[in-house]
Design a protein around this ligand. Structure first.
Ligand SMILES: Cc1cc2nc3c(=O)[nH]c(=O)nc-3n(C[C@H](O)[C@H](O)[C@H](O)COP(=O)(O)O)c2cc1C
Length: 182
């Protein structure tokens, strides 16, 4: 049994990303895995202040919801980071979350037992996979900075609506790829 954490950077509670997260959660749970979805937009996560105190202490000076998410990422086998594309990049909330991962940068395994990560970006443009590759590469790099062994996973899926998520061949292919890494 593996433990999977899905970090969802969409503010829409019933949107495309939350729909994909729900399918992943249902399917992997049915196979006996433990899946937790963290909706970062509903948490209190302040912007990084750049004070670098965390480099000395390993913790952020801000006592908000971030440390708890880092702890749960470290306790997971697989990290799935998902976000809609907003103006050719991840959402602002996702960027804020990533900046706050600064406090996790310590030791040989900043992400604890997590050895696999995957980044999923969704967008309106059906050709978003061609347009927004730079954003995907950047977020995969973040997982590389965090020394997750297998950090190149993920893709961009464009043109979905919440109603079309379940029947989407692209979503099916993405989830099958994830399952193969569990
Ligand atoms: C502020 C904003 C900016 C967006 N910018 C883009 C964009 O640059 N390119 C694109 O293809 N879709 C863009 N979209 C559409 C979303 O990326 C797309 O609908 C996404 O799948 C929504 O995911 P969600 O339902 O999980 O929030 C934008 C949406 C919003 C609200």
């Amino acid at each position: 049994m593996s433990r999977v954490i899905i970090v969802n950077g969409s503010p829409r509670k019933n949107g495309v990303d939350s729909g994909i997260a729900a399918v992943i959660s249902a399917e992997f749970s049915a196979k006996g895995h433990s899946v937790e979805t963290v909706d970062i937009c509903s948490l209190t996560i302040g912007g990084c202040r750049g004070c670098m105190s965390c480099r000395k202490t390993g913790r952020c000076v801000q006592d908000d919801d971030m440390q708890s998410v880092i702890d749960r990422m470290r306790a997971s086998d697989m990290i799935v980071l998902m976000s809609p594309i907003y103006f050719a990049a991840e959402t602002g909330q996702t960027k804020t979350f990533i900046d706050r991962l600064t406090s996790a940068f310590s030791g040989d395994r900043p992400m604890g037992k997590a050895r696999v990560s995957s980044v999923l970006l969704t967008c309106a443009d059906p050709k978003g996979g061609e347009r927004y590759g730079a954003a995907l590469d950047r977020l995969r790099d973040v997982m590389g900075y965090l020394k997750v062994d297998d950090h190149d996973g993920g893709c961009i899926i464009g043109g979905l609506t919440p109603e079309t998520v379940r029947d989407s061949p692209a979503v099916r292919e993405y989830i099958d790829g994830l399952a193969s890494k569990l």
